[in-house]
Design a protein around this ligand. Structure first.
Ligand code: HEC
Length: 257
């Protein structure tokens, strides 16, 4: 990617990568954590450096009519700003500082219980509602959109793979209460566990409530949750997914893109 500094002869060409970067940063700032891919090949020393102010300006101009209260969502907090600046692995000392700062933001359930209701947890994991332009008048609670990045219940066949599969999570962790607490902390503030995590900080950023996070912990850690269902040995037609050796045939009349 070649980046020309603004003010070079061809403004429109020079702006294009800036807009692309602005867009990537917007996604990074609004949805996930760092954007290490941004300028990954230009680095800090080689080529023109795009300053934070320029990026902010492009970002801001990309959202001409912001709903009330959105202004702050375009401004990275200290952790975000630090992570956006890091290329590749997070240096240990910086990582420890981020984790300590984010850990201090975790609010624990007053009753000391980490497991809510896995059925509600499944609905929250499925829901991508909330914090979009169309969701400004909250009609229902925010969702966690967990399936966008994780496999959870084996019944759901559509999921993203940015995060690891969480199928069998509780079983793997032997349903230990200590691991339920860690799962709560992870969902409440992912960066308390992994600095510059790509996973949103659901509790710390006010996306999900304490009760909702407990329901998600139950989805992961309750022995009755479908996440922890034992796969029948050898697999069965209903629950085990066959290893595809070739693309499955598409329904009649649909072209493969
Ligand atoms: C934008 C993608 C993304 C979303 C959305 C997301 N996660 Fe994650 N999650 C990750 C990534 C990446 C990791 C692994 C790296 C890390 O720990 O930060 C992870 C790690 C985890 C872990 C730790 C896994 C382990 O092996 O210990 C848990 C638990 C988890 N996620 C639960 C959830 C739940 C519950 C939700 C929904 C509320 C969710 N995640 C939403 C990306 C995501």
């Amino acid at each position: 990617m070649s980046l020309r500094p603004p003010g070079s002869n061809d403004e429109s060409i020079a702006m294009r990568p800036l807009i692309a970067i602005g867009f990537l940063l917007a996604i990074g700032v609004l949805l996930v954590a760092p954007a290490p891919m941004v300028m990954a090949d230009s680095g800090r020393s080689a080529g023109p450096v795009i300053g934070e102010r320029q990026v902010r300006r492009v970002l801001r101009s990309g959202f001409p009519a912001l709903p009330a209260g959105w202004e702050t969502r375009l401004v990275p907090d200290e952790t975000m700003a630090t992570c956006a600046d890091i290329r590749g692995e997070v240096p240990k000392e910086i990582g420890e500082r981020i984790k300590a700062r984010e850990r201090a933001r975790i609010v624990y359930p007053q009753d000391g219980q980490f497991l809510g209701d896995w059925r509600r947890g499944e609905a929250i994991a499925q829901s991508g509602y909330g914090m979009r332009f169309t969701d400004t008048t909250a009609q229902r609670p925010n969702g966690g959109n967990c399936y966008a990045c994780h496999q959870l219940s084996p019944d759901e066949v559509s999921y993203g793979t940015i995060g690891a599969s969480l199928k069998g999570f509780g079983r793997i962790h032997k349903f230990r209460p200590e691991d339920a607490r860690i799962a709560y902390e992870k969902i409440y503030n992912s960066q308390a566990i992994v600095a510059c995590s790509m996973m949103p900080r659901f509790g710390a950023n006010g996306i999900l409530s304490i009760e909702q996070i407990k329901d998600l912990v139950a989805l992961l850690m309750d022995p009755a949750s479908p996440v922890n269902r034992e796969e029948p040995a050898g697999g069965s037609a209903s629950s085990a997914q066959p290893e595809p050796t070739q693309p499955a045939p598409l329904p009649q009349g649909k072209a493969r893109p």
